[in-house]
Structure formats: structure tokens, C-alpha cells
Ligand binder design. Structure first.
Ligand code: SF4
Length: 296
């Protein structure tokens, strides 16, 4: 938590000391879809990509919303400074598992500056990650809380908090190059993608294609425990898992339980361990992406 009784409203300026902020005043800012593509594709590493996405201003509606929320704040957080900028990917730079969510929450990631941090979905998810040995702490409260992911990165299909948690298809498509670049940069170690919710599942397939993984045909349907396999141009196999989103509504109604999320994360962890470059030195060359059996 960044407590500041005289916290000014509005977004955090790049390079002013927010924990984990990799951008500076010199970081180039994307102001259009074309500039997103150029800056994402041209990012040489995750540090550069993260910095560039964190200052992106390509979607006028989302920029306006995220900054308005940061300026007005929720009553219970009125003494905190809000991040108010895009939420880039975060976690282990040599991750074998990538967790993809929908978009940051207005008073969660948009406040704390870190994905799935500072809201109830994150509480549920990080407790599960910790139980599965994929996070060092069972909670995720702020960007400076010392939390660390183990072999895992997280990213959102849409980097900015949308009104009513509903990004438009155009906003989803404009943000896709950031996620595709994330996938491309961690491809050497990446073996599993876990999609939290149907929106992330649908958004992932064109992103995978941009990153060099042709999607299966027909596209696999989303359900909890759904599995699909895709292959990179080099024949490296990537397992895609579906998981119901741990939203407050889903967890309160019992649509998704801790056991259900644990089962998906355990499957991801086991698969990643068995298919890591060290465990599988001679990766078989495959010719076709396909849908595989779901989790029992
Ligand atoms: S949603 Fe993505 S593309 Fe749009 S402004 Fe945010 S980071 Fe940029």
C-alpha cells in the first residue's frame, strides 16, 4: 500500500519511485494502434516492453477512465495514491507458465500498479498460487509487498481498467500486440498458458497467432479445465488451459472454488515441469495444433 494522507489525484508520473515502475520520462509513449504495434514489436526485452506498455495512451476511452478513477478514488482508498496507468506483464522473466486475465480492476490493479493486486480476485488467485508453490506469499496487496512469482508471469488481455470491466473488441485488439510481445519474449521457457475466464480465452487465440503459434481449427470452446495444444513454428508445444475467473461473483456463488483453481494450477505446474527444456531436450516437431482432452 502506498499511504499518503495528502496523496494527489491522477496517475503516477513515470520514473518517480513507484515500486516496480520500469518507465522513465524518456520512455516512448504509444498514442495509436500503429504505435502500439511498433513499440511492442520493437521491444528488445521484457524490461523495455514493460516500461513501454506502462505509459501507453492508445485507447482514449480507457485512458480517460483509468485517470478519472485515479483522480477521484474510492472512499476507502482516498488516502492512497492510485497508479492510474496501464498494467503490464509481471513476474518471473524465465516463466514456464503465463496466467492471462481480462483487464485490471479500477480499484485493484489500477490502484496498486500490479496485476491481480489489491482486489478480491487477486486474494483468491494468490492464495491458490501460494498453495501450489507458484508464489512466495499467499497475499498480494501492493506493488512493494515483496510478493514474488515462481516460474510464473501474469498479464492481462487488456492493459487498462475498463468501465464496468467491459473493454470493447477494438480496445482488446489494440492491446493485443503488447501481449503478443510478452509471449514472444518468454517463448524460450514458456510451456503453459492459463486463461482466467472466457474473455481471456477468446482474446488469446489471435494473440498466439501474432506471437507465432497458429491457433487450432476449430477454435476450442472455453470451459473450466479445457485444454488445447498449440505449437510454435519451431515445434515447441504450448498447453493452453481454461479456468473460470476467480471473480468475486464466481467465488461467492461457488461457481469456482479453491479446489477447482488448485486443480488447474497443479496441472499447469506438472505439465510445465515435465515439458521444460531441461526435462525435454529433444522437443518433437509437430505439424498441427490440436485440441486435447480436458482435465478429468
Ligand atoms: S488498453 Fe492496452 S493499448 Fe489501450 S491504452 Fe491500455 S495498454 Fe494501451
Amino acid at each position: 500500500m502506498v499511504a499518503d494522507p495528502v496523496a494527489p489525484g491522477g496517475p503516477v508520473a513515470p520514473g518517480t519511485g513507484w515500486p516496480g515502475d520500469l518507465a522513465t520520462a524518456a520512455t516512448p509513449v504509444a498514442s495509436s494502434a500503429a504505435e502500439v504495434r511498433t513499440l511492442a514489436v520493437g521491444s528488445a526485452d521484457l524490461t523495455e516492453l514493460t516500461a513501454r506498455q506502462s505509459v501507453c495512451r492508445a485507447c482514449p476511452r480507457l485512458v480517460s477512465w483509468r485517470e478519472e478513477v485515479a483522480a477521484t478514488r474510492r472512499k476507502s482508498f482516498r488516502d492512497e495514491r492510485y497508479w492510474g496507468r496501464p498494467i503490464p506483464g509481471w513476474g518471473d522473466q524465465a516463466a514456464s507458465i503465463l496466467i492471462v486475465g481480462l483487464a485490471p480492476a479500477a480499484h485493484g490493479g489500477n490502484r496498486t500498479g500490479r496485476i491481480f493486486t489489491g482486489d478480491r480476485s487477486g486474494d483468491f488467485l494468490f492464495a491458490a498460487l501460494h498453495r501450489c508453490g507458484l508464489a512466495t506469499l499467499p497475499t498480494s496487496t501492493s506493488a512493494g509487498d515483496g510478493q514474488r512469482l515462481i516460474g510464473v508471469r501474469m498479464a492481462a488481455a487488456v492493459g487498462c481498467a475498463p468501465p464496468e470491466n467491459k473493454p470493447t473488441p477494438r480496445e482488446r485488439d489494440e492491446c493485443a500486440p503488447w501481449l503478443a510481445a510478452e509471449l514472444r519474449l518468454i517463448a524460450p521457457t514458456l510451456r503453459v498458458v492459463v486463461c482466467l475466464g472466457g474473455f481471456a480465452w477468446q482474446a488469446l487465440w489471435p494473440v498466439l497467432a501474432q506471437a507465432g503459434y497458429p491457433a487450432p481449427r476449430p477454435r476450442p470452446a472455453f470451459k473450466h479445465g479445457a485444454e488445447a495444444t498449440v505449437f510454435s513454428g519451431d515445434g515447441v508445444r504450448l498447453l493452453v488451459l481454461g479456468c473460470f475467473h476467480p471473480s468475486q461473483q464466481n467465488t461467492f456463488t461457488g461457481r469456482v472454488t479453491a479446489d477447482m483453481v488448485d486443480a488447474v494450477l497443479a496441472r499447469a505446474r506438472t505439465y510445465a515441469a515435465e515439458s521444460s527444456p531441461a526435462a525435454e531436450p529433444n522437443v518433437p516437431i509437430a505439424t498441427k495444433s490440436h485440441i486435447s482432452r480436458p482435465i478429468a
